[in-house]
Write a protein of this length. Structure first.
Length: 578
């Protein structure tokens, strides 16, 4: 935290100084008021004769002090906000950068909802914590201890009466904070759930409507919200009891001071003005303590949030970079050496003893039933995850030895789920290679069989794409994603089921064009349709995470039962298969 505070310490210190000014004005006033009453109105030291001139003079002095106090207060506010907003801004930027550097296992572990809460709500809590700390802590502690000091100066007995009330107040406060603290952690975790449901449901609203599951999702969201409110209410109830308790204590102290004051006044050792000032100081002091409690409440919440933000900030990428810069003699060779893999935190083995070598320029297809581990196998090549045992080599070098950036520069991926951004079609294609020439965009779009549909759009490559590609069809999105991958000067291309929405002819034309334009690149095609893979140099059949067969279409038709089954199950191709 110090790292961030240090940068804006100057503003925080200035804010603190203005705060001292504001509080000083508050503390001086009861003293002046007591003089107005005793010397101005009652004429205690003047044989009971009121002094109008003194009332005017002290009254104007008081107004001046109020104005000066107000100015100090406003300036304090300005500087507090400058420091807290900037500190929040720096933390938010750092958090975002850290998340961008996260490895896939970390992203899986934190979850999107939680990361969003941490970068938004949690950082706002930290921001509030900083501003309350700078403003509130200084104000309340100065007010409390200043009032206490002046109280003792006015009358020792009055000071002692207030001091006696202290342990009770502290007891009430500590009890409330002890009860509320665990609830703050639950509150933030519940906010995580709400954010996760919000994201899922807003992005998946179409499928929710299609399946008529609105009522179910409303209930799910409602339930998460109810839980949040329940916890929030619990904390509010705790603090709701605290206010009347501390208020009651304040009035007890005021009454005792009045009783002691009347006794002292009778003896002539105090004056009505001093009793008035003592009561004002008591109110100020106890109000100060009340504010301190509110502060503690917010600060406890801020500390809980800060812990959650710190978890993000302190997380180092789990997959550490190697030192190899990626310059190799061979280019486009992949080898899986006895690779096994399970997802972090899961005991289920997704890949078992994979041994496979893919040569430069080869087109290798990976087939298999859904969930058998095709995407997982491909994701080990750009090192999205590390294998549990065995080694994945790219161009003869273990992927763990590469600088991740250098490794990923060799590989272009069109993911199973096309990810488009809310920018133009052209910008989406050029997204991985900013500054690419328009001719290059057109050329890769032609390879991806996308040029004709893009050109036929009113604004062509300048057509805006709606958020997450909502304004495009599934096949159009896939082709733009492929064009984006092909634009990258990569050695290895991975197409993960990325032509599944294309008709057979468009798909065949796409692979044909790709073969022609990138004859020396290695291509990995993950697909479910025989038509997509039959022209590949080799087809790997995956079954429950193991390679059950590998060969050309013709070889597999003769030797692999699973492949024959897949082939025969694809109606319309049966005749061709045979
Ligand atoms: N991030 C993840 N965390 C935990 N388990 C996962 C994760 N991703 C996938 N799995 C599990 O790993 C197994 C293999 O998944 P994978 O995505 O590799 O299958 P696939 O062959 O690509 O399937 P499909 O044809 O449906 O795309 C599945 O059982 C899946 O539940
Ligand atoms: Mg997959």
């Amino acid at each position: 935290m110090w790292k961030y505070i240090r940068q804006y310490l100057f503003f925080a210190v200035i804010a603190g100084l203005f705060m001292i000014g504001e509080v000083m004005m508050d503390i001086i006033q009861p003293g002046i008021m007591s003089r107005i009453v005793d010397d101005g109105v009652l004429g205690v030291n003047n044989g009971g004769a009121p002094n109008l001139r003194l009332i005017w003079m002290l009254g104007l002095q008081m107004i001046g002090l109020v104005l000066l106090g107000g100015l100090c207060g406003s300036l304090n506010n300005v500087f507090v906000h400058i420091s807290s907003q900037n500190i929040g801004n720096e933390i938010r930027k750092d958090c975002f950068c850290r998340i961008m550097d996260f490895s896939f296992p970390q992203l899986d572990r934190f979850g999107t909802g939680s990361l969003v809460t941490r970068v938004t709500n949690d950082i706002t809590q930290v921001q509030t914590f900083v501003s309350l700390f700078v403003r509130g802590m200084i104000r309340t502690s100065l007010l409390t201890f200043g009032s206490m000091y002046f109280m003792f100066r006015l009358n020792l007995k009055f000071g002692l009466i207030v001091l006696c009330a202290f342990p009770f107040l502290v007891g009430v406060i500590v009890w409330c904070l002890w009860k509320a603290n665990p609830l703050f952690s639950s509150l933030q975790a519940q906010l995580d759930s709400i954010n996760a449901i919000m994201q899922e449901d807003v992005s998946g609203i179409r499928i929710i409507k299609a399946c008529v599951r609105e009522a179910y999702e409303k209930r799910r969201f409602g339930k998460a919200n109810d839980e949040l409110i329940k916890t929030q209410l619990k904390t509010l109830v705790i603090f709701a009891f605290m206010n009347p308790l501390t208020n009651a204590l304040m009035y007890v102290v005021v009454t005792v001071i009045l009783l002691a004051g009347s006794f002292e006044a009778g003896k002539g050792s105090t004056t009505p003005g001093i009793i008035m000032a003592a009561i004002t100081y008591t109110t100020q002091l106890l109000n100060g303590i009340l504010m301190l409690v509110m502060l503690f409440q917010n600060i406890s919440r801020g500390v809980t949030s800060w812990k959650r933000v710190k978890e993000v900030l302190n997380s180092r990428p789990e997959l550490m970079d190697g030192s190899f810069d990626g310059v190799t003699k061979v280019q486009g060779e992949i080898e899986f050496r006895d690779v096994s893999f399970s997802y972090p935190g899961s005991s289920q083995r997704v890949l078992s003893n994979i041994n496979l070598t893919i040569h430069k320029g080869e087109t290798v297809a990976i087939m298999g039933t859904t969930g058998c581990g095709k995407t997982t196998l491909a994701s080990l090549i750009p090192r999205f995850y590390d294998a549990d045992t065995g080694t994945v080599l790219v161009d003869g070098i273990d992927v763990r030895k590469y600088q991740q950036k250098a490794l990923r520069e060799k590989i272009a991926v069109a993911m199973q789920k096309s990810e488009l951004f809310s920018m133009t079609v052209g910008e989406n294609i050029a997204w991985g290679m900013p500054g690419a020439e328009s001719t290059a965009l057109k050329s890769v779009a032609s390879i991806a069989q996308a040029d004709s549909f893009i050109s036929s759009m009113e604004e062509g490559y300048g057509t805006a794409v709606a958020e997450r590609g909502m304004s495009l069809s599934g096949g159009q999105k896939q082709r733009i994603s492929i064009a984006r991958a092909v634009l990258k000067p990569a050695e290895i291309f991975i197409f993960d089921d990325s032509t599944s929405a294309l008709d057979l002819k468009t798909e065949a034309d796409l692979y044909q064009a790709l073969k022609k334009s990138h004859p020396d690149s290695t291509k990995i095609i993950i697909a479910q349709r025989i038509a997509s893979v039959r022209t590949a140099d080799r087809i790997v059949v995956l079954e429950n995470g193991s390679i059950s067969a590998c060969g050309t279409h013709e070889e597999l038709l003769k030797s692999c039962r699973t492949y024959q089954d897949i082939c025969h199950s694809q109606i319309g191709e049966e005749a061709e298969c045979a």
